[in-house]
Design a binder for this molecule. Structure first.
Ligand code: G3H
Ligand code: 13P
Ligand code: NA
Ligand code: ZN
Length: 324
């Protein structure tokens, strides 16, 4: 069945790699994620946001994830390790509802509440979740941009001086931190970037100094990075070539994610890159084959493009390939 994150995080930290957490809202995304995980022999986290629950229905997503375990076995994987995780849970009731329904992991994101409120809420979710062997991710620090329907003008970096107190008082299994990542496809403005010799925009580096301080405070404790899409420029170009209008789309360079994956960062969240891959594929079909009206003729290529992208992430960026 579905597993929680405990054992896979322990191995990822010891082995200096990270587990991918990919968001899913429909069957094609689920299939692409599972095919990529099986073909690379990677453990993987399927995560469901509040928006996904509203779009697709929590019950359907939960049973799709259970089906994903059987699907992985059918694809030839004898021992799949698949987590069903609630992404950005915003209340005890939502987390409880997911736990009661069979999710194996939840995030309670109290990061935009005052510190003591974040602790109280997170602790309450941990106490409930641990009765059912469900693991809990908490968050300290605020990502710039939109997170959890809350908009923040600037990053509020995680304070290393708070992490020991937070993890010990809440009992969380992992901690999401803010070191310069953000959600979506516009993580930096061109004005924040420099240009390399080829004119390619280079965003400012993540705050690895803060990550190192955090690791010194809580050695070996599982750290999570949200907002970790790289926004591949070939996908942005393909979308715009076929009628899209994406502007100033800049992500986290893969090299920085590789460096993060080799640290105590053991979960890396990626959603936007998958959206770009599917959109690029669908737009291409619509322009090149305007006579098609069978959804399988555009969702199929979208699924294949997504799978190829996610395989590259697992093999070349997160390093989880072969770790099953
Ligand atoms: O945290 C954000 C994820 O990309 C999920 O996005 O809330 O639009 O489903 P969503
Ligand atoms: P991206 O928008 O960078 O893909 O981040 C996804 C995420 O953090 C989901 O929780
Ligand atoms: Na790691
Ligand atoms: Zn997130």
């Amino acid at each position: 069945g579905l597993v929680n994150t405990k054992d896979m995080f322990k191995r990822a930290i010891a082995g200096k790699y990270a587990i991918a957490a990919f968001n899913f809202n429909n069957m094609e995304q689920m299939q692409a994620i599972i095919q990529a995980a099986v073909e690379t022999k990677s453990p993987v986290i399927l995560q469901v946001s509040s928006g996904a629950r509203k779009y697709a229905n929590q019950t359907l997503l939960r049973y799709m994830a259970q089906g994903a375990v059987e699907y992985a076995k059918e694809l030839g994987c004898e021992n799949p390790e698949i987590v069903l995780h609630l992404d950005h849970g915003d209340s005890f009731e939502l987390c409880k509802s997911c736990i009661d329904m069979g999710f194996s992991s939840v995030m309670i994101d109290g990061s935009h509440f005052p510190y003591e409120e974040n602790i109280a809420l997170t602790k309450k979710v941990v106490e409930y979740a641990h009765q059912f062997d469900v693991t809990v991710e908490g968050e300290l620090g605020v990502l710039a941009g939109v997170e959890d329907d809350v908009v923040a003008e600037h990053h509020t970096y995680t304070q290393p001086s708070e992490v020991v107190d937070f993890v010990s008082r809440t009992g969380v299994d992992s901690l999401a931190i803010s070191i310069g990542t953000s959600h979506g496809a516009n993580k930096f403005t061109p004005a924040q970037c420099t240009r390399d010799a080829n004119g390619i925009l280079i965003p400012p580096p993540l705050r690895f100094d803060i990550l190192e301080e955090i690791e010194k405070e809580i050695p070996g404790f599982p750290i999570v990075l949200h907002g970790s899409s790289s926004v591949p420029q070939d996908l942005v170009a393909q979308i715009n070539q076929y009628g899209g209008k994406l502007v100033d789309s800049i992500g986290i360079p893969e090299e920085q994610l590789r460096k993060a994956a080799s640290s105590a960062v053991c979960k890396i969240n990626i959603d936007s890159d998958g959206r770009l891959a599917m959109t690029a594929a669908v737009r291409k079909v619509f322009v090149e084959q305007p006579g098609e009206f069978d959804p399988r003729k555009y969702l199929g290529p979208a699924r294949d493009t997504l799978k190829a992208l996610y395989k590259l992430k697992l093999e070349n960026v997160l390093g989880s390939a072969g770790k099953l």
